[in-house]
Write a protein that binds this ligand. Sequence first.
Ligand code: HEC
Length: 111
Amino acid sequence: MTMLNALRLILSIATLCIASQAAAADSGDTVRGHQLFSRCSGCHSVEGENKSGPFLNGVVGREAATVEGYRYSPALSNAGIIWTEEALDHYLAGPTKAVRGTRMSVSVSSE
Ligand code: HEC
């Protein structure tokens, strides 16, 4: 996964809620974000509900493993990560390599 893709994805996640309510505001990047996010949405919501993974709205800049009501792996809880764009890029490229023992096992491959 290239940095650019990761950034687009994450920035799109940040705007997904708004965009889905205002289709007219959909830019090309947002549409692309939706496509990318379809790989995450089975496990992650951006509307504040926990599925098999924690919700991701507001994730950029947040401390890892701090969504209330979600039971994280000890590995991610103790990782001490702040989800900067770089940290997200690193994690998404290979979660189990970035955080040994994390329960998220899918990585975002480059295309
Ligand atoms: C098969 C289910 C699954 C898929 C698909 C998945 N994740 Fe996850 N994700 C998880 C789980 C489970 C965790 C919690 C990991 C832990 O506790 O170690 C997690 C954690 C995360 C976290 C850390 C959240 C926090 O609050 O610290 C981020 C960021 C994340 N995922 C992003 C993504 C993105 C972006 C995608 C799509 C490219 C994605 N995930 C796809 C299951 C998934």
